[in-house]
Structures are given as C-alpha cells and as structure tokens.
Design a protein around this ligand. Structure first.
Ligand code: SF4
Length: 372
C-alpha cells in the first residue's frame, strides 16, 4: 500500500520546511496518519519527556479599555489589585514552590509605564529568585502609548525593572481581517510582531500563542503559524508555541456563533492543530504546549500523542478561561500533572520558564509540596 503522506512532505517536515500547500494536503489525510507524523517529530526533537512548570497566574485587574468580542474576563465593575495585594499572591505562590509568576491584566485607562515597572520592581525586590513572566505585547504597547515613549523604551524600562520573559498572548489570529472583527481596538498583526521582535532583540524571550476556533479560516490559522515560524527564524526568541482553543461562553463572538449552532472546536480539530503546529514548527520551536485548562485533562493527555511535549503550568488561580466557560479547574497539583503524564507513557519533568529542568540540586526553585 502506498504511504498516505508522500515522502517529500515528510522530508520537508523533518527539515523544517513545511509549506502551506503541504499543510492543506495534511489536513485531508486520515487524522491518525497526521498524529503519527507529529508524534515521530516530537520524539526526535524532545524524546519522551513531558515538561510542566509550577506557576501562578496573577490577573491584577479585569477593568479594561479594550473591546475584544471574545473576552469574558473584562468587567466595568471590576477590581484592581494594589501592590501589597499582588505581593500577597506572589508570597503564597512562592510558599507553594512556584518558580514563576505570570502577571497580566486588563488595560487600565489611567496608567503609564511606571505602573507596570512598579509591579515588576516590587516583586523582584521581595522575591529575587522568582521568574517574572509578564505583560502581553498589547500591555507593552498600551504602556508605551500611555507614556508617549517608544516600544523599545518601554521594553528597556520593564527589563531594567526585572522583567524576565513575556507571554506571547494577544496574538489571537494574526490576520488583520480577523482582528478587525474580533478585537478591533487591539494592536494589528504587524504591531504584535514588532513588539515581539523588539522584545527578542532586547534579550527577552517570549512564548507564542494562537487563539483559534472562532471566525478564522483554516488558511488564516496556517498563515499565523507560518508567521510565527518566520519570526523565530529571524530572532530565535520563542520558547514555545501554545495553541489556545476559543472558549465560546459569556462573550459576544461566542454568542453569535452559538446562535448559528457552532460551539468552537471539536476535540479532533484541537488534536489536528497540535499536530500541525509540531509539523510546521519542527526544527524551529521545540516545545508545543497543550493547555489543560482549555482542553480538559483527558484530551490534554491524548494530545501528548499528537505532537505535544509540554503541559504548561499548575496555574493556581486561572480566571480568564474560567470566565469564558472553562470547567476544567483553576489549579492542578504537580502530583496530578505527573500522574497523568506517567499514565500516558511519558516521563514528567518539572521545568522552569526557560525550559531548564528544576532539580533537587537547585533548592531555591525546586517545588516542595507535591500535593494540592
Ligand atoms: S482580551 Fe484583554 S485587551 Fe481584550 S477586552 Fe479582554 S482584557 Fe481587554
């Protein structure tokens, strides 16, 4: 029997040269052929290790001048944490063995760069060994605009304050057609790429994300991942790629889809996207992360056989997906994460934000409690 996937497409995948045409072909092959190719590439790149990070999300405000139609987190009667409240959350995370705090929030109308640098400086002062992963490209852009300074200057000030890495969120779908419908006041595709590129050039590594399963076409998804690959070729600054399935509840875009009988993605769509991400990004980005909050624990476990090698964080306090209808929990203990990695036939390894294993010889960062 002839192989379902032609040799030249497999070769290009191994060489990191998958084309858009290849991806369109791969979308038509039996799904388990696609998963098998992604799984082989994962095995060759990272072996059988599945990583996770012990971290805490701190969403310091849900008040926002943004108008994103997919957002269920924003609220006009919302909260703003002050620095002592943020530090209290950090202290709790630190005492539970977190190696990272991920700090993001809405876009407050009356803040400037000093607001953001004060948060970073305060956390670094009290917890110098904790990794600060903070502020999306949209927040950096907002801070720069509010302060009438350049993006480079905003990044420099955040870096001087102690920012370690940045989340590559606010990417949604990197297509201005899609953005003009789902997030018209958010930064444009070229502006997102500009902030990310400038961060990488300043030595700040970032993650990369895609939020899929709403109004975008399949081709727009593929173009998005290929754009991420192009940026990575120039900068080498992405640590991981994180597909995030759209959560359709409690938001305008989701309401309109549900009226038309659409409920975001099927599990099969999700697994195919993970597999395609591994294939398109092979040799460029080693780490493909599944979000157990979005997928649910069992589908996240299956994704480990479709190209995924990282399960993200324990999170401790996830608010953004849960406000949009996720019922998969806001915290998973390291013990449970390790259990479901092992029961998937893989080897769990706790990592830090930059993918260095956290070992017992590093007592400042090794997780202590192993249970919730
Ligand atoms: S997604 Fe972010 S920027 Fe957009 S409205 Fe929600 S909080 Fe604001």
């Amino acid at each position: 029997m002839n192989p379902v996937i032609p040799d030249e497409i497999v070769e290009r995948a191994y060489e990191g040269k998958t084309t858009k045409k290849d991806v369109l072909f791969l979308l038509e092959v039996p799904p388990f052929e696609l998963f098998e190719l992604a799984d082989r590439l994962r095995q060759e790149t990272v072996g059988d290790t599945v990583t996770y990070v012990v971290n805490r999300n701190i969403n310091f405000t849900n008040i926002c001048v943004g108008t994103c139609g997919f957002c269920a987190f924003r609220s006009d009667q919302g909260y703003v944490m002050d620095i002592p409240q943020i530090l209290e959350k950090v202290k709790e995370a630190h005492s539970l063995g977190a190696t990272e705090v991920c700090i993001q929030g809405g876009l407050l109308p009356d803040v400037n760069i000093g607001f953001y640098t004060d948060i970073i400086r305060s956390v670094k002062r009290d917890f110098p060994h904790l990794h600060i992963h903070a502020f999306s490209p949209m927040e950096v852009y907002h801070a720069a605009m509010q302060s009438d300074i350049s993006i480079d200057e905003a990044i420099l000030r955040l870096q001087e304050a102690g920012l370690d890495t940045m989340p590559g969120t606010a990417a949604e779908i990197l297509s201005d057609r899609v953005r003009s419908i789902i997030c018209p006041s958010k930064l444009k595709t070229s502006e997102w790429a500009d902030v990310i590129t400038k961060a990488h050039k300043a030595g700040i590594k970032t993650t990369a994300t895609i939020m899929y399963g709403h109004i975008e076409t399949v081709e727009e998804r593929i173009d998005h991942i290929i754009l991420i690959r192009d940026i990575q070729k120039r900068t080498g600054g992405f640590l991981e790629f994180v597909p995030l399935t759209f959560m359709p509840y409690n938001n305008r875009v989701g309401d309109e889809m549900i009226k038309m009988g659409r409920y975001a993605t099927s599990g099969m769509d999700d697994l195919k996207l993970y597999a395609l991400s591994r294939i398109i990004l092979n040799t460029h980005i080693s780490n493909i992360q599944a979000s157990w909050v979005k997928l649910g624990k069992k589908l996240a476990q299956v994704s480990l056989h479709c190209g995924v090698n990282d399960l993200g964080g324990t999170l401790m306090e996830e608010r953004i997906s849960s406000s949009a209808g996720s019922t998969n929990g806001q915290f998973m203990s390291a013990q449970e994460l390790e259990w479901f990695i092992v029961s998937s036939g893989r080897k769990p390894v706790q990592r830090n934000t930059t993918y260095t294993p956290v070992t017992s010889s590093d007592p400042t960062s090794r997780i202590k409690p192993r249970v919730a």
